[in-house]
Design a binder for this molecule. Structure first.
Ligand code: HEM
Length: 147
């Protein structure tokens, strides 16, 4: 319905430049919670976020995250088809030490990225539409923490 249109239209431009937008998102994430940096094994020699975010491994993860968002946007009509994938993705994040509570900060960082790239097109209904989709993705991933 209306939510889907808002998400699709806004992603149309953002999705063409996934890496730069993903970098904005993860820069914000590490600003809000620097401890998350330490969950990346290759971050050992990496003190501050800007340096980290230029390493190929971080860029690879940023790309992976953006591709998952891209998949969710493409499957707005049948998000349940991603359930298994997202559950397994949650499992992998549990294994690397991510806590489910961190997804709230990830969500904030996603909204920050949307706001900074969409400018005036970032409206309350658009924000809510993205939050709704994000919460579906997160609840599917969160199932990966259960036994
Ligand atoms: C893999 C950390 C959030 C998607 C990984 C890995 C780490 C990690 C350490 C394994 C190494 C690597 O592939 O780079 C984190 C942290 C997050 C976070 C600390 C924030 C709290 C997300 C989110 C998504 C995502 C929100 C997508 C919605 C992926 C994907 C992989 C991955 C697709 C590859 C999984 C595979 O190997 O099959 N993440 N991640 N991550 N992450 Fe994240």
């Amino acid at each position: 319905e209306k939510d889907k249109g808002l998400i699709r239209d806004s992603w149309e431009s953002l999705g063409k430049n996934k890496v730069p937008h993903g970098i904005v998102m993860f820069t914000r994430l590490f600003e809000l919670d620097p401890a998350l940096l330490t969950l990346f094994s290759y971050s050992t020699n990496c003190g501050v976020a800007p340096e980290c975010l230029s390493s190929p491994e971080f860029l690879e993860h940023v790309t992976k995250v953006m591709l998952v968002i891209d998949a969710a946007v493409s499957h707005l009509d049948d998000l349940h088809t991603l359930e298994e994938f997202l559950l397994n993705l949650g499992r992998k994040h549990q294994a690397v030490g991510v806590k489910t509570q961190s997804f709230a900060v990830v969500g904030e960082s996603l909204l920050y990225m949307l706001q900074s790239s969409l400018g005036p097109a970032y409206t309350t209904p658009l924000r809510q539409a993205w939050l709704n989709m994000y919460s579906i993705v997160v609840s599917a991933m969160t199932r990966g923490w259960a036994k």
